[in-house]
Ligand binder design. Structure first.
Ligand code: XCC
Length: 648
């Protein structure tokens, strides 16, 4: 296993990589933007170099007015007396709290919509009755009443859970957590209460001169990780599936080249897909297609997805093939997508919209921006804020603005190459593709046809000039070694752009994995969707562990966030570790300034939860480490390793 323990490991061989996009279409658009004198994320990153080493190591504290303090050879403590360990742990807890709060905010929005549906006050209906009744019954909500009553009661229950106090264990955890996990969490005292309350307590603990106990601060990160799963990720996907339908495998087009120069193009960008569904439904109205044609768009009006929002639409796109035209790209690509000049409306909800979109790119390339979530305020951006009872109205306005903006287009420059990919995998759809149970997957793992499973998830980053290179390099290495890859978030987009999520990507897979995937007609890299769908990956791991009668850490399964970037990823990382997963991270999180925190996260925590973190910046070495871990777990389960049946 590879661990980062030295300060020098933060540095990278900067000569090896170009600070430019990794995939050819993005690279093409990057050159277009540069010729137009636009500064992109790449130039901004270059201009920030060298970045502050204290910040990178996590040993910069800006909490009080006696600071900012930095831990150096000369100064082992900040003015208040805080050590490097304490500063690093507090900084990490703050990031984890912020990420948890964001996921829970998203879950609360979905719960409000579900409740409003039950009260007859929303533009939505229940698509998955069985799923709603199934989950509601686990919390004692009687399914023999009307669907509306069940929806309203479950929505209200979920909101109450979010708002409950942290001195009472969260019911969501007590009821839904696998028994073996729950026992471990109880022993560690990390069964969380209400997530908002947990976040508030975390913020209090991370104040100046409150808590000096590094272990307690890190255990609080784990508490937040568990709350993040059940009150955040699990809630988001479950309730969105109830309202929008369960993901099902389908084929679609991806990357910038799919934008149609002859259509009015609407991009739904962000993380919360419920409004996008109304936009898709509205776009079906012939009126909009006619208005688009009348405005000069020969091919009418088309809707596309971007970032995690797009991945979630892609998951259920079988239903919207007539109006949904594909998934455009990942976080790094957003400026480049606008540089095509072909995006008429970019409608975005919270998270992952660069400020340069509204300040520089949209004005330059004619794009009309619309923000749809009340957390957002951006100068010169029209606000059409989503409420569950005004979604149809907003959807119509978005389409209207798009037709208007089409008439203002300047030059259009779209790369001519198109890629396709398959999406729509989830525990249910994987089980149904396997004929109704996880047993075939277990058999394939037991026989060695699938050596193990790696969840390659999360963001993209330009740090260390990765820009998708780590995601693609690692994924290729893993499938070559017969390790099935599950993608989510911007990792899914990056794999889609590199043609790794199309069934013909089996040509890149090892012989055994290729044969399993070919017989099922699926790619060797399965997209579970958005970064918020990471919760579903955890559920698949739990289902596998349950079927085998083991605990999650015993599985030949690894998680990796090869280009993690923002705070939700920190919360998700603690979710993974709390569930006992070994987690690869790159770039290095800002903890290396504390040998204690680094050691706890990379070693000691394994004896507590079974999970741990390792950092590796090189994709091939990352694959080596993942394969080594998977083989170790196979051996412990008595499964064949390299064709030999291992002794227990
Ligand atoms: Fe943002 Fe989700 Fe990260 Fe991509 S993966 S950079 S959070 S869009 Ni979520």
């Amino acid at each position: 296993m590879y661990y980062l323990t030295k300060k020098e490991d933060v540095a990278m061989d900067f000569k090896t990589y170009r600070n430019q996009p990794a995939d050819e279409l993005s690279d093409y658009m990057y050159k277009v933007a540069r010729e137009d004198n636009m500064e992109t994320v790449y130039e901004r990153f270059a201009k920030q170099q060298p970045q502050c080493a204290f910040g990178a190591m996590g040993v910069c504290c800006t909490l009080c007015t006696d600071g900012p303090c930095q831990i150096t050879r000369k100064a082992k403590r900040g003015v208040c007396g805080a050590s490097a360990d304490l500063i690093v742990a507090r900084n990490l807890l703050l990031k984890c709290a912020q990420g948890t709060a964001a996921n829970v905010y998203h879950a609360r929005n979905v719960a409000r919509t579900l409740k409003a549906v039950g009260e007859g006050k929303a533009d939505y209906s229940i698509k998955e009755e069985g799923k709603l009744k199934g989950i509601a019954s686990r919390f004692g909500i009687n399914g023999n009443r009307t669907l509306e009553e069940v929806a309203s009661e479950f929505g209200a229950f979920f909101i109450d859970q979010i708002n409950s106090n942290d001195y009472e264990a969260l019911k969501l955890v007590r009821v839904l957590a696998p028994k073996k996990r729950l026992a471990i969490w109880e022993k560690l005292g990390i069964v969380p209460g209400g997530p908002n309350s947990e976040v508030a307590t975390a913020l209090s603990k991370a104040m100046t001169n409150v808590n000096n106990d590094v272990v307690d601060l890190l255990l609080h990160c784990l508490r937040l990780g568990i709350a993040n799963e059940y009150a955040g990720l699990f809630g988001i996907t479950t309730m969105q599936e109830i309202l929008a339908g369960i993901a099902s495998p389908n084929q679609g087009e991806v990357n910038i080249g799919i934008l149609d120069p002859e259509a009015v193009n609407v991009l739904m960008h962000g993380h919360q897909p419920l409004l996008a569904i109304k936009v898709l439904e509205a776009a079906r109205d012939k009126k909009w297609q006619e208005r688009a044609r009348k405005a000069g768009a020969k091919n009418g009006l088309k809707i596309y997805g971007s970032l995690c929002e797009g991945q979630q639409i892609f998951n259920i796109a079988s239903e919207y093939k007539d109006v949904f035209f594909g998934q455009i790209g990942n976080w790094i690509q957003q400026e480049l997508v606008l540089a095509t000049g072909a995006v008429d409306v970019l409608a975005f909800d919270y998270n992952c919209v660069m400020p340069t979109i509204s300040e520089e790119f949209a004005p330059k390339y004619h794009t009309k921006l619309i923000s749809t979530d009340k957390t957002i305020r951006q100068a010169n951006v029209e606000r059409l804020e989503f409420e569950s009872d005004n979604a149809k109205e907003i959807a119509e306005k978005i389409l209207e603005r798009a037709v208007e903006a089409f008439g203002k287009r300047g030059k259009v420059n779209i790369p001519s190459v198109k890629h396709s990919a398959m999406a729509g995998f989830t525990t249910e759809s994987v089980v149904s593709a396997l004929g109704g149970s996880v047993q075939p997957l277990i058999d394939a793992i037991a026989s060695g046809s699938i050596k193990g499973v790696a969840a390659v998830v999360g963001c993209t980053t330009v740090r260390e000039f990765q820009s998708g290179r780590h995601i693609v390099g690692l994924t290729k290495e893993l499938i070559k070694r017969d390790i099935l890859v599950i993608g989510a978030g911007c990792c899914s987009s990056t794999m889609q752009n590199a043609n790794l999520m199309s069934p013909d990507a089996v040509s890149e897979a090892g012989r055994n994995l290729a044969s399993v995937c070919s017989s099922l007609g699926v790619p060797p890299c399965l997209s579970y969707g958005s970064c918020t769908d990471i919760g579903k990956i955890i559920q698949t791991a739990v289902a596998l562990a349950d079927a085998l009668g083991v605990d999650v850490p015993d599985l030949p399964v690894v998680a990796s966030a090869p280009e993690y970037m923002e705070q939700k990823a920190v919360a998700d990382a603690f979710t993974a570790v709390a569930f006992g997963l070994t987690l690869h991270l790159s770039p290095a999180p800002p903890v290396l300034g504390s040998p204690t925190v680094t050691k706890i996260l990379t070693q000691d925590v394994e004896s507590l939860t079974g999970g741990k973190v390792f950092v590796e910046l090189d994709p091939v070495k990352t694959a080596d480490a993942i394969e080594e871990h998977i083989c170790k777990k196979r051996k412990a389960l008595g499964l064949k390793v390299d064709g030999v049946l291992a002794k227990k």
